[in-house]
Structure formats: structure tokens, C-alpha cells
Design a protein around this ligand. Sequence first.
Ligand code: G3P
Ligand code: MG
Length: 246
Amino acid sequence: MKTLFAHRGMSSLAPENTLSAFSIVKSHGIGWIECDVDVLADGTVVVSHDDTLDRCTDKTGSLYALNQSDLTTIDAGSWFGDEFSGEPLPTFEQLIELVNEHQLNINVEIKSCAAGWPMTLKLIDGVIKGLEQLSPTSELLVSCFNHLALAEFKRKQPHVDVACLFEAEDFGHDWLSSAQSCSASAIHLNDLSVDKETVARIKAAGYRVNVYTVNDFARANQLFNWGVDGIFTDIGHEFPSRYRQY
Ligand code: G3P
Ligand code: MG
């Protein structure tokens, strides 16, 4: 069975990384979500791709200057559509509650915190705390572009499956040492850096391969035929139903 990850939730149907976007995943026959997490000044972990409010909310400015009490003033939905007006910027805790309620599996992408290593550690510790509430029946995969941060997470949570993320331009001959340094079990690649030989090489070394972000079904099919295990997509609801049974 190939895995479809609902990238940032059902992000073509609802504002990305919001509770609305995650709450409709299961009803479209998809069992896995991918979410991005970052941290506020007070250590609250939030679900957001960007480290500023600029693109996906009605406010501007850095996440790292906010505290949890500021979240009540933020609208993370109306940029996407009037019907999502008032959508909150979710905390990781709120997302985990939803994941438990909907019996989803979750890939948590730890954003490499641009505010420096102390904030990265705060983020990692906040993620670990949030994951304590995750139902043991949910499958969990933690990923990060920053492999030092990922290795630190794995050191603290050796039982959790982790995946090394690579930007297209950063995927090179040293991918294996990165994977080994994190004790990763999967490699997450940008679609632009994926060819048949690359997939074969990574699979032969014993790793799973998941590819982001694939919004074209023909390409997804090609990747699956090459042995790719999963894809991150914004349009999982458009995939044939045989891919959408969890
Ligand atoms: O985790 C896969 C994918 O989400 C990585 O890229 O920028 O969409 O977080 P990005
Ligand atoms: Mg992501």
C-alpha cells in the first residue's frame, strides 16, 4: 500500500495547517497528515509552515515574538476564503487532540527554527511534550530539514521513527551519512531531485522514500512504480479511490 500524506492537511480545500484542513482528511479516505510546527517565545508549539504571520494570517510579524495569549487575536483562515474567517492558528496540542479524535497517523515536520539553537531545543522539547498526548494507535513519523535538530530529537526519543528531509539542491552523495547520524528510517525528497536510480539506491540501503510535493497523478504513479513509498500531496481527494483507503 502506498501512502498519501495530506500535505499541511487538505490544503487545496481549506487553509493549510489549520484544524479545518486536518479535520476533513479522513473523510477523503486519507490516513496520514503532514504538519509543520514551530515555536512561540513562551515555548508554545504551533502549527505553521512559515515563521512569520505574513502569508497565512491577517497579521504580520515573527512567530518568535508571540506568546500563546496572542493566538486568540489571529485569523488564519480568511486569507483562503471568507468561509474560513476566524479560523485559529492552531497549537500543536490542539492538533494532537484532533489527530486522536479522527484516528489519523501523523508526520510532524519540525521547522528548522530560524531563531537559533536555543529556540530549536525549545521547539523539540515542546514537540516531545505534545506527542505525549498522542494515542498509541496513531503511527508517527518526525522529519526535519535540519539534520542536527533531527538527530537531537532522535537522541531524546529513540523509539520514534524519523525521516531526513532534503531540499532539491541539498540532496547529494552524503545523504547516507545524514541518515545514519539521525538513525533515520526514511528519506524525504523534493520531487525535483527524484529519478529512478536515486529511489533504487536509497531503497537498496534499506530506507523508505517519501516525496514532496506531488500534485500530478501521472507523476505520482511513476514515482510509485519506481518504488517510492509515499507522496505528500495537496490534492489527495483527486486520487483514485484505491489510493485512498487507509
Ligand atoms: O514534509 C514535506 C514537505 O512539507 C516539506 O516541504 O516546505 O512544504 O514544508 P514544506
Ligand atoms: Mg512541511
